[in-house]
Design a protein around this ligand. Structure first.
Ligand code: UDP
Length: 311
Protein backbone atom coordinates (compact mmCIF):
# COMPACT_ATOMS: atom_id res chain seq x y z
CA UNK A 1 0.00 0.00 0.00
CA UNK A 2 1.24 3.48 -0.84
CA UNK A 3 2.51 5.37 2.18
CA UNK A 4 0.31 8.23 3.37
CA UNK A 5 1.98 11.63 3.26
CA UNK A 6 1.15 14.38 5.73
CA UNK A 7 2.40 17.93 5.73
CA UNK A 8 2.51 19.56 9.17
CA UNK A 9 3.08 23.32 9.29
CA UNK A 10 4.49 24.44 12.63
CA UNK A 11 5.84 20.91 12.95
CA UNK A 12 8.77 22.09 15.10
CA UNK A 13 6.43 23.78 17.55
CA UNK A 14 4.93 22.41 20.74
CA UNK A 15 1.77 20.63 19.51
CA UNK A 16 3.11 20.33 15.93
CA UNK A 17 6.15 18.28 16.96
CA UNK A 18 4.03 15.88 19.03
CA UNK A 19 1.75 15.54 16.01
CA UNK A 20 4.75 14.68 13.80
CA UNK A 21 5.76 11.96 16.31
CA UNK A 22 2.24 10.56 16.41
CA UNK A 23 1.89 10.43 12.61
CA UNK A 24 5.32 8.81 12.14
CA UNK A 25 4.26 6.15 14.66
CA UNK A 26 1.09 5.57 12.65
CA UNK A 27 3.21 4.88 9.54
CA UNK A 28 2.90 8.25 7.79
CA UNK A 29 5.64 10.03 5.90
CA UNK A 30 5.76 13.48 7.47
CA UNK A 31 6.92 16.73 5.90
CA UNK A 32 7.38 19.36 8.56
CA UNK A 33 7.47 23.05 7.68
CA UNK A 34 8.53 25.65 10.21
CA UNK A 35 10.25 29.03 10.14
CA UNK A 36 11.40 28.50 13.74
CA UNK A 37 10.24 31.85 15.06
CA UNK A 38 8.54 30.18 18.00
CA UNK A 39 9.31 26.50 17.25
CA UNK A 40 12.75 24.92 17.65
CA UNK A 41 14.93 22.21 16.11
CA UNK A 42 15.28 20.75 19.63
CA UNK A 43 11.62 19.63 19.41
CA UNK A 44 12.33 17.44 16.35
CA UNK A 45 15.94 16.39 16.92
CA UNK A 46 14.90 12.82 17.81
CA UNK A 47 13.12 12.36 14.43
CA UNK A 48 15.41 14.40 12.17
CA UNK A 49 17.19 11.26 10.95
CA UNK A 50 14.01 9.21 10.47
CA UNK A 51 13.79 8.31 6.77
CA UNK A 52 10.07 9.07 6.76
CA UNK A 53 10.59 12.58 8.11
CA UNK A 54 11.60 15.71 6.24
CA UNK A 55 12.13 19.17 7.67
CA UNK A 56 11.71 22.26 5.50
CA UNK A 57 12.56 25.67 6.93
CA UNK A 58 10.05 28.02 5.36
CA UNK A 59 7.68 30.84 6.24
CA UNK A 60 4.17 29.62 5.34
CA UNK A 61 2.95 33.17 4.72
CA UNK A 62 4.87 32.79 1.44
CA UNK A 63 4.03 30.40 -1.41
CA UNK A 64 4.66 26.75 -0.51
CA UNK A 65 6.08 24.38 -3.10
CA UNK A 66 5.93 20.63 -2.45
CA UNK A 67 6.72 18.11 -5.17
CA UNK A 68 5.43 14.96 -3.42
CA UNK A 69 1.81 13.90 -3.28
CA UNK A 70 0.00 14.80 -0.05
CA UNK A 71 -2.90 13.05 1.64
CA UNK A 72 -3.19 15.53 4.51
CA UNK A 73 -2.26 19.14 5.11
CA UNK A 74 -2.32 20.04 8.80
CA UNK A 75 -1.91 23.77 9.44
CA UNK A 76 -0.44 24.17 12.93
CA UNK A 77 1.93 27.08 12.35
CA UNK A 78 1.24 30.13 14.49
CA UNK A 79 2.59 31.80 17.58
CA UNK A 80 0.12 30.68 20.29
CA UNK A 81 1.34 32.22 23.52
CA UNK A 82 -0.25 35.61 24.28
CA UNK A 83 3.21 36.99 25.21
CA UNK A 84 4.61 35.79 21.86
CA UNK A 85 1.80 36.94 19.62
CA UNK A 86 1.60 40.34 21.24
CA UNK A 87 5.31 40.79 20.42
CA UNK A 88 4.88 39.67 16.79
CA UNK A 89 1.27 40.54 15.90
CA UNK A 90 1.93 41.02 12.18
CA UNK A 91 3.56 37.59 11.74
CA UNK A 92 0.67 36.10 13.76
CA UNK A 93 -1.92 37.71 11.47
CA UNK A 94 0.02 36.53 8.42
CA UNK A 95 0.31 32.94 9.70
CA UNK A 96 -3.46 32.79 10.24
CA UNK A 97 -4.43 34.58 7.02
CA UNK A 98 -1.78 34.14 4.29
CA UNK A 99 -0.56 30.88 5.88
CA UNK A 100 -4.08 29.48 5.84
CA UNK A 101 -4.60 30.65 2.26
CA UNK A 102 -1.34 29.04 1.07
CA UNK A 103 -1.94 25.77 2.90
CA UNK A 104 -5.55 25.54 1.64
CA UNK A 105 -4.32 26.21 -1.90
CA UNK A 106 -1.80 23.42 -1.48
CA UNK A 107 -4.46 21.02 -0.14
CA UNK A 108 -6.68 21.91 -3.12
CA UNK A 109 -3.88 21.31 -5.64
CA UNK A 110 -2.93 17.98 -4.01
CA UNK A 111 -6.54 16.85 -3.37
CA UNK A 112 -5.51 16.43 0.25
CA UNK A 113 -7.64 16.56 3.38
CA UNK A 114 -7.09 19.67 5.46
CA UNK A 115 -6.92 20.23 9.21
CA UNK A 116 -6.87 23.73 10.68
CA UNK A 117 -5.54 24.25 14.19
CA UNK A 118 -8.00 26.80 15.49
CA UNK A 119 -8.38 27.92 19.07
CA UNK A 120 -10.63 28.56 22.04
CA UNK A 121 -9.65 32.20 21.47
CA UNK A 122 -12.33 32.37 18.76
CA UNK A 123 -14.72 32.61 21.75
CA UNK A 124 -12.76 35.63 23.11
CA UNK A 125 -13.73 36.57 26.67
CA UNK A 126 -16.79 34.31 26.57
CA UNK A 127 -20.21 35.24 27.91
CA UNK A 128 -21.26 31.56 27.95
CA UNK A 129 -19.58 28.83 30.03
CA UNK A 130 -18.66 26.12 29.11
CA UNK A 131 -18.31 27.10 25.45
CA UNK A 132 -20.17 24.94 22.89
CA UNK A 133 -19.21 25.20 19.20
CA UNK A 134 -22.51 27.01 18.54
CA UNK A 135 -21.38 30.02 20.63
CA UNK A 136 -20.06 32.78 18.34
CA UNK A 137 -17.79 34.46 20.80
CA UNK A 138 -16.99 37.84 22.28
CA UNK A 139 -13.79 39.07 20.62
CA UNK A 140 -12.26 42.56 20.58
CA UNK A 141 -10.81 42.90 17.06
CA UNK A 142 -8.58 45.83 18.00
CA UNK A 143 -7.59 44.58 21.46
CA UNK A 144 -4.15 43.12 22.25
CA UNK A 145 -5.36 39.59 21.49
CA UNK A 146 -7.10 40.60 18.26
CA UNK A 147 -4.07 39.63 16.12
CA UNK A 148 -4.41 35.99 17.15
CA UNK A 149 -8.18 35.74 17.66
CA UNK A 150 -9.15 37.44 14.41
CA UNK A 151 -6.48 35.61 12.39
CA UNK A 152 -7.93 32.30 13.60
CA UNK A 153 -11.52 33.44 13.00
CA UNK A 154 -10.53 34.47 9.48
CA UNK A 155 -8.75 31.11 9.08
CA UNK A 156 -11.97 29.28 10.05
CA UNK A 157 -13.97 31.38 7.56
CA UNK A 158 -11.48 30.77 4.74
CA UNK A 159 -11.30 27.04 5.48
CA UNK A 160 -15.09 26.87 5.36
CA UNK A 161 -15.18 28.81 2.07
CA UNK A 162 -12.69 26.36 0.52
CA UNK A 163 -14.88 23.48 1.64
CA UNK A 164 -18.04 25.09 0.21
CA UNK A 165 -16.54 26.31 -3.05
CA UNK A 166 -13.69 23.87 -3.78
CA UNK A 167 -15.20 20.85 -1.94
CA UNK A 168 -12.03 20.21 0.04
CA UNK A 169 -12.53 17.83 2.96
CA UNK A 170 -11.67 20.26 5.78
CA UNK A 171 -11.56 19.89 9.57
CA UNK A 172 -11.37 22.62 12.20
CA UNK A 173 -10.01 21.81 15.67
CA UNK A 174 -10.73 24.47 18.28
CA UNK A 175 -7.84 23.73 20.60
CA UNK A 176 -8.16 24.77 24.26
CA UNK A 177 -5.21 25.30 26.63
CA UNK A 178 -2.78 22.43 26.10
CA UNK A 179 0.36 21.68 28.09
CA UNK A 180 3.17 19.17 28.24
CA UNK A 181 6.83 18.58 27.40
CA UNK A 182 8.36 20.85 24.70
CA UNK A 183 6.58 24.01 25.76
CA UNK A 184 9.22 26.72 25.65
CA UNK A 185 10.41 27.60 29.15
CA UNK A 186 10.18 31.31 28.33
CA UNK A 187 7.04 31.33 26.18
CA UNK A 188 5.24 33.33 28.87
CA UNK A 189 2.27 31.00 29.24
CA UNK A 190 1.03 29.99 32.64
CA UNK A 191 2.30 26.38 32.63
CA UNK A 192 5.99 27.05 31.81
CA UNK A 193 5.95 30.21 33.95
CA UNK A 194 4.61 28.53 37.09
CA UNK A 195 6.74 25.38 36.71
CA UNK A 196 10.00 27.24 36.12
CA UNK A 197 9.26 29.73 38.88
CA UNK A 198 8.42 26.89 41.31
CA UNK A 199 11.51 24.86 40.37
CA UNK A 200 13.74 27.95 40.60
CA UNK A 201 12.30 28.99 44.01
CA UNK A 202 11.18 32.27 42.44
CA UNK A 203 7.85 33.97 43.23
CA UNK A 204 4.96 32.45 41.27
CA UNK A 205 3.27 35.27 39.35
CA UNK A 206 -0.51 34.99 39.46
CA UNK A 207 -2.07 37.67 37.25
CA UNK A 208 -5.08 39.52 38.64
CA UNK A 209 -6.76 37.90 41.65
CA UNK A 210 -6.26 34.41 40.18
CA UNK A 211 -9.99 33.74 40.02
CA UNK A 212 -10.00 33.55 36.21
CA UNK A 213 -10.38 29.95 35.02
CA UNK A 214 -8.71 27.73 32.44
CA UNK A 215 -9.04 24.02 31.57
CA UNK A 216 -5.80 22.22 30.77
CA UNK A 217 -5.42 19.32 28.36
CA UNK A 218 -2.33 17.11 28.27
CA UNK A 219 -0.65 17.16 24.86
CA UNK A 220 -0.87 13.38 24.24
CA UNK A 221 -4.66 13.57 24.65
CA UNK A 222 -4.79 16.57 22.31
CA UNK A 223 -2.83 14.81 19.57
CA UNK A 224 -4.99 11.68 19.90
CA UNK A 225 -8.04 13.95 19.40
CA UNK A 226 -6.53 15.60 16.34
CA UNK A 227 -5.82 12.19 14.83
CA UNK A 228 -9.42 11.07 15.45
CA UNK A 229 -10.62 14.29 13.82
CA UNK A 230 -8.44 13.90 10.71
CA UNK A 231 -9.66 10.30 10.35
CA UNK A 232 -13.32 11.27 10.76
CA UNK A 233 -16.02 12.55 8.40
CA UNK A 234 -16.66 15.62 10.58
CA UNK A 235 -16.34 18.99 8.82
CA UNK A 236 -17.79 21.33 11.42
CA UNK A 237 -15.53 23.02 14.01
CA UNK A 238 -15.01 20.83 17.06
CA UNK A 239 -13.73 21.74 20.52
CA UNK A 240 -10.75 19.72 21.72
CA UNK A 241 -9.72 20.25 25.32
CA UNK A 242 -10.11 19.00 28.84
CA UNK A 243 -13.39 20.12 30.45
CA UNK A 244 -11.94 20.13 33.99
CA UNK A 245 -11.96 23.82 34.92
CA UNK A 246 -9.67 25.40 37.54
CA UNK A 247 -8.95 28.87 38.79
CA UNK A 248 -5.42 30.07 38.07
CA UNK A 249 -4.81 30.40 41.82
CA UNK A 250 -5.76 26.71 42.36
CA UNK A 251 -3.47 25.87 39.50
CA UNK A 252 -0.54 27.77 41.09
CA UNK A 253 -1.13 25.97 44.39
CA UNK A 254 -1.20 22.58 42.65
CA UNK A 255 2.12 23.22 40.86
CA UNK A 256 3.64 24.45 44.12
CA UNK A 257 2.52 21.20 45.81
CA UNK A 258 3.70 18.89 43.01
CA UNK A 259 7.14 20.53 42.80
CA UNK A 260 7.39 20.69 46.63
CA UNK A 261 8.40 24.30 46.09
CA UNK A 262 8.96 26.95 48.74
CA UNK A 263 8.06 29.71 46.24
CA UNK A 264 5.58 32.28 47.42
CA UNK A 265 2.60 33.23 45.29
CA UNK A 266 2.58 36.90 44.21
CA UNK A 267 -0.14 38.83 42.42
CA UNK A 268 0.57 40.93 39.31
CA UNK A 269 -1.61 43.12 37.13
CA UNK A 270 -4.12 41.20 34.98
CA UNK A 271 -3.17 41.54 31.28
CA UNK A 272 -5.62 43.40 29.03
CA UNK A 273 -8.52 41.35 27.59
CA UNK A 274 -7.51 38.25 29.60
CA UNK A 275 -10.56 35.92 29.38
CA UNK A 276 -12.21 35.49 32.79
CA UNK A 277 -13.49 31.99 32.14
CA UNK A 278 -12.66 29.22 29.69
CA UNK A 279 -13.88 25.67 29.55
CA UNK A 280 -14.69 23.52 26.53
CA UNK A 281 -18.02 21.81 26.04
CA UNK A 282 -16.72 18.59 24.45
CA UNK A 283 -20.06 16.85 23.83
CA UNK A 284 -19.52 17.01 20.06
CA UNK A 285 -16.00 15.50 20.22
CA UNK A 286 -17.31 12.72 22.47
CA UNK A 287 -20.24 11.93 20.18
CA UNK A 288 -18.70 12.42 16.73
CA UNK A 289 -15.12 11.28 17.42
CA UNK A 290 -15.52 9.00 20.44
CA UNK A 291 -12.79 11.11 22.05
CA UNK A 292 -12.22 12.54 25.49
CA UNK A 293 -9.03 13.29 27.43
CA UNK A 294 -7.66 10.45 29.56
CA UNK A 295 -4.77 12.07 31.44
CA UNK A 296 -5.54 13.57 34.85
CA UNK A 297 -4.12 17.01 35.62
CA UNK A 298 -1.71 15.83 38.35
CA UNK A 299 -0.42 13.05 36.15
CA UNK A 300 0.17 15.30 33.15
CA UNK A 301 1.74 18.01 35.30
CA UNK A 302 4.15 15.50 36.88
CA UNK A 303 5.35 14.50 33.40
CA UNK A 304 5.68 18.15 32.38
CA UNK A 305 7.54 19.05 35.58
CA UNK A 306 9.91 16.11 34.87
CA UNK A 307 10.64 17.56 31.44
CA UNK A 308 11.40 21.04 32.82
CA UNK A 309 13.48 19.55 35.64
CA UNK A 310 15.68 17.70 33.10
CA UNK A 311 16.50 20.95 31.35
N1 UDP B 1 -1.20 33.74 34.01
C1 UDP B 1 -0.77 33.99 35.30
N2 UDP B 1 0.57 34.05 35.53
C2 UDP B 1 1.50 33.86 34.57
C3 UDP B 1 1.07 33.59 33.24
C4 UDP B 1 -0.30 33.54 33.00
O1 UDP B 1 -1.59 34.17 36.23
O2 UDP B 1 2.70 33.93 34.88
C5 UDP B 1 -2.65 33.65 33.76
C6 UDP B 1 -3.15 34.53 32.61
O3 UDP B 1 -3.46 35.83 33.08
C7 UDP B 1 -4.36 33.76 32.14
C8 UDP B 1 -4.02 32.30 32.42
O4 UDP B 1 -2.95 32.33 33.35
O5 UDP B 1 -5.49 34.12 32.90
C9 UDP B 1 -3.58 31.53 31.19
O6 UDP B 1 -2.61 32.31 30.52
P1 UDP B 1 -1.77 31.79 29.27
O7 UDP B 1 -0.82 32.88 28.93
O8 UDP B 1 -1.19 30.47 29.57
O9 UDP B 1 -2.79 31.58 28.07
P2 UDP B 1 -4.30 32.02 27.73
O10 UDP B 1 -5.15 30.93 28.24
O11 UDP B 1 -4.60 33.34 28.42
O12 UDP B 1 -4.29 32.14 26.27
Amino acid sequence: MKMKNALVTGGAGFIGSHLCDFLLNKGFRVICIDNLITGSMGNIKHIKKNKNFKFVRHDISRHIKISEHLDFVLHFASPASPADYQKIPIQTLKAGSLGTHNTLGLAFAKKAKYVLASTSEVYGDPLVNPQPESYWGNVNPVGVRGCYDEAKRFAEALTTAYRRIHKIDTKIARIFNTYGPRMRKDDGRVVPNFISQALGSKPMTVYGDGRQTRSFCYVDDMVAGIYKLMSSALNEPVNLGNPEEHTILEFAELIKKLTKSKSRITFKKLPLDDPKIRCPDISLAKKALGWEPKTGLEDGLKRTIGYFRDR
